[in-house]
Design a protein around this ligand. Structure first.
Ligand code: SF4
Length: 349
């Protein structure tokens, strides 16, 4: 049974989907035409393509081939920060483009579509979050990267799933009380692993929230030798069944390093492209999703990530459309907790 908050989040997300359109499928010849034009424009415009693991494999391939980057949001931020290109094309969701802009205000940041957002970002409006933080002024504010620039600007730390445990432990060692936002499942996982109590915001990823523990148990019976790899944005009963819990990069590394030949994977299925590259002789199986009340329009694949395609990458390059602008009054305040994460990550491996 969904509670009132979950119901209203789902209605909000469904309303958002109703207005959006996914890119259509292109035949191979068209794909080649688009790719060739994009390659040329990336050079002409001194631009670089940075793509998330959850985007279509054709974009991941193109980013790799053209000297860009395919990664998780932490590495995307780092890469964009270090790359000399004047323009960054960020294929992913809006908070990733904003993060690139905050770290590189002098660069032009374009996205295939500004409509690609994230249920965690939607579920944490800046005004409500600011009021929540103001009500607990003695707490250190830790926010997940999947938030707007305005929410980041209210935070002391930004974290990604790759580094959340280390940052929270570091703060607790200093005796800090912590506010965690917005992903409640990742927050619960961090609490359970560290034993550190946090004040939690209540939002979730609509993709990972759909993974189902009972059906995963059934699938494990079909593939008894498979290792289960789970992203910690998934609900706790699913995380409990994991052999490895980790960020996207940690999941890819586990597929490469573990001796198992089969893996059941509870994260966006677009990651299979990189997993197959890392471990070509292994088999990857989607963890089960769905069930009553599901909002996920394309289960095990983020509908906002799916809005990125060759057509709108080309359009952004040709027209300079869908540019990211971050309010100047927010940039310094939003950069501080992001830079803190990057520095912490550099020092702590
Ligand atoms: S997969 Fe989930 S966390 Fe990632 S962008 Fe989509 S909705 Fe947000």
């Amino acid at each position: 049974m969904l509670n009132k908050q979950e119901l209203s989040d789902r209605i909000l997300v469904q309303e958002h989907f109703a207005k959006e359109h996914l890119p259509g499928a292109l035949d191979l010849q068209k794909q080649e035409e688009y790719k060739s034009r994009i390659r040329q424009l990336l050079i002409e415009k001194d631009a670089c393509l940075v793509a998330h693991y959850y985007t279509d494999e054709v974009l991941q391939q193109l980013a790799d081939e053209t000297g860009g980057c395919v990664s998780d949001s932490l590495e995307m931020a780092r890469f964009g920060n270090n790359h000399p290109a004047k323009t960054l094309i960020v294929a992913g969701v809006k908070f990733m483009g904003e993060t690139a802009k905050i770290l590189n205000p002098e660069k032009r940041v374009l996205m295939p579509t500004l409509e690609a957002t994230c249920s965690l970002d939607i579920g944490c409006p800046a005004d409500e979050f600011t009021a929540f933080c103001d009500a607990h002024p003695d707490h250190e504010v830790v926010v997940y990267a999947n938030t707007s620039a305005a929410v980041k600007a209210r935070a002391d730390w930004v974290v990604t799933s790759a580094i959340a445990l280390k940052v929270v432990e570091h703060l607790a060692d200093q005796g800090k009380k912590i506010i965690w936002a917005p992903d409640k499942h990742l927050g619960e996982y961090v609490q359970k692993q560290t034993g550190i109590e946090m004040l939690m915001w209540d939002a979730a990823c609509i993709v990972h929230e759909e993974f189902k523990a009972q059906r995963l148990l059934d699938l494990k019976k079909v593939y008894p030798e498979a290792a289960v790899l789970v992203h910690p944005e998934s609900p706790d009963p699913v995380v409990e069944l994991a052999d490895v819990v980790g960020s996207t990069t940690q999941i890819i590394n586990a597929a490469r390093d573990l001796p198992n030949k089969q893996f059941i994977v509870a994260t966006d299925r677009a990651i299979f492209y990189k997993m197959r590259q890392a471990a070509p002789d292994k088999e990857f199986i989607e963890a089960p999703t769905g069930g009553s009340g599901a909002t996920c329009r394309s289960c095990a694949h983020c509908p906002w990530m799916a809005m990125n395609g060759l057509e709108n990458v080309l359009h952004a390059l040709e027209q300079g459309s869908d540019e990211i602008f971050v309010d100047e009054s927010l940039i310094d305040d939003a950069r501080r907790p992001l830079q803190r994460m990057l520095d912490f990550s550099a020092q702590n491996g």
